[in-house]
Design a protein. Sequence first.
Length: 295
Amino acid sequence: MIHSDLNRLAVFVSVAEAGGFTAAAERLGIAKSQVSHQIARLEKELGIELFSRSTRRVAMTDAGEQLYNECAPALAALDNAVADLDSGNGHLRGRLRITAPSSYAQCKLARQIAEFSQLHPGLDIDIVATDEYLDLIAEGIDIAIRVGNLKDSSLHATQLGSFRIQLAASPQLLDSYGPIAHPADLQNAPWVVLSTLQTPLTWAFTGPRGEQQVVQGRSVFRTNNTEVSVQAAIAGSGFVVAPDYLIQPEVAKGRLSIVCPSWTLSDRVYSAVYPASRQPPAKVRALVNWLKAHC
């Protein structure tokens, strides 16, 4: 029977999740040569090749994928069990990896996580700011912050709060476009489009007496990044719809103005999402509770 060192298996899982030896070495805080040595020893012990290597990329073999699928959950469970024992003394330890949309991570989450990390200095916190929906298991993510309705029922979600979506434009654009007293005045208006949305040019407004108005815009500037869309609107490219935490600071500076302020768009909820289990690790429970209290 083959008995492999748990440390070598942990290095193997890190390489599989990081997608390469260099990235795994950075994640583990060790030299790349140590990672290569541990993987070589593990492959020799098992008598199989776990990774196919080329000058450009490292990919798991079929045997490597099988080993990863079987040992990664077990190693995570061991880490969580040890961390939970330590948490009984009020100490949270280990890596805590979080992903969130870029704009939310920059404008809101970074400060909240910085405060949380000061309370728990034993944690090694890693924030992955991206507008892509990462696979939590494959990427080794403990918690994802996601906006809107959640579709993946295999994940557990806890709603943290909500924010307002606002329509805005630069003062110079409003001067050139003319008075806007009603959302209907925006039909076919120039629009800065966030291409990651399903219907980025169609918006349903609700009036002060509950009346509805659907507006169809005209794309003049397209981007997959929310901050870029706001900056384009500041430059006068077109009207923009964005979260209030991005719009309001620019309104305060006089670089944007709210359009049709008595009409509203639907608020957006944001949630903490994490892999389903009977009992989430203590570090996950602690962060979720912190975010619920401070969002």
